[in-house]
Write a protein that binds this ligand. Structure first.
Ligand SMILES: NC(=O)c1ccc[n+]([C@@H]2O[C@H](COP(=O)([O-])OP(=O)(O)OC[C@H]3O[C@@H](n4cnc5c(N)ncnc54)[C@H](O)[C@@H]3O)[C@@H](O)[C@H]2O)c1
Length: 246
């Protein structure tokens, strides 16, 4: 899949799934604005893209701060002249605790990053994409949008929220040359998943594919949805989970 001449923005591009998506787009010829709150991870990722001959620009931003998300979109348009593709991927897991023991601060942080961050992303990306003649957005949810994750009510609520937000936004803009879809990863080998420790290994045993997934295996599905090949796909959810939701 080629993305020559396309301008893209990926949040949470410093590590894991976001880094794999941004690399894939840049390798496919897109100009990519890589957004992340971790400056060092972002710098390493962008340097790797440059070494591979791709075009990527780093922008440090915290996605629950809407002004920073707005500025990221403005920078993409200023540097690339347009915006065609956006991936709202930045997300956090929060602390594990039964609902009644969850701290208010943790609840608000998870919802702010995982749900409000996606809303702010689309709020500012959509006008820029409309002004560029149309494009595609992919939002990253989780297999835990389909099931309640024990000890992570905030995470499950945020990811189910991403799915609803995506469906409604897709309906709003389907007639205006913007497609919007959700991708739901299963257990993918990234810093976020590894922070789950033994839990990750236990879950891996339940996966029909017999292993946890790689970030690149999510990135290729995202790339398909961003490509013109997926021209009639909108308001959909794609599971990339090795069959765990069988
Ligand atoms: N890895 C998995 O098993 C898995 C499964 C399902 C869903 N997901 C989702 O995929 C997405 C990516 O996860 P990952 O596993 O690659 O995580 P990761 O922690 O490896 O990478 C996420 C990146 O997002 C950045 N980030 C976090 N909060 C941010 C913020 N407020 N503003 C800007 N950047 C921020 C981090 O610094 C990091 O670089 C997340 O939305 C996550 O919920 C991951």
């Amino acid at each position: 899949m080629r993305f020559d001449g396309k301008a893209a923005l990926v949040t949470g591009a410093g590590n894991g799934i976001g880094a794999a998506i941004a690399s894939r787009l840049a390798c496919g010829g897109a100009s990519v604005l890589c957004v992340n709150c971790d400056e060092q991870a972002l710098a390493r990722m962008v340097e790797t893209v440059h070494q591979d001959g791709g075009l990527a620009i780093a922008y440090v931003a915290d996605v629950p701060i809407h002004q920073e998300v707005k500025e990221a979109v403005a920078l993409a348009v200023a540097r690339f002249g347009s915006l065609h593709l956006a991936v709202n991927n930045a997300g956090i897991g929060g602390s594990a605790a039964p609902l009644a023991e969850q701290g208010l601060e943790d609840w608000h942080r998870v919802l702010n990053v995982n749900l409000n961050g996606v809303f702010y992303g689309m709020k500012y990306q959509i006008p820029a994409i409309l002004a560029s003649g149309g494009g595609v957005i992919v939002n990253i949810a989780s297999m835990w949008a389909h099931h309640g994750m024990r000890g992570r009510a905030h995470y499950t609520a945020s990811k189910l929220g991403v799915m609803g937000l995506t469906r409604a936004a897709a309906a709003d803009y389907a007639g205006q040359q913007i497609r919007i879809n959700t991708v739901c990863p299963g257990v993918i080998d990234t810093p976020l998943a590894r922070s789950g420790g033994n839990e990750t290994e236990e879950i891996a045993e339940m996966i029909p594919a017999g292993r946890i997934g790689r970030a690149e295996e999510v990135a290729v599905v995202v790339a398909f949805l961003l490509s013109d090949e997926a021209s009639y796909v909108t308001a959909s959810e794609y599971d990339v989970d090795g069959g765990i939701l069988h």
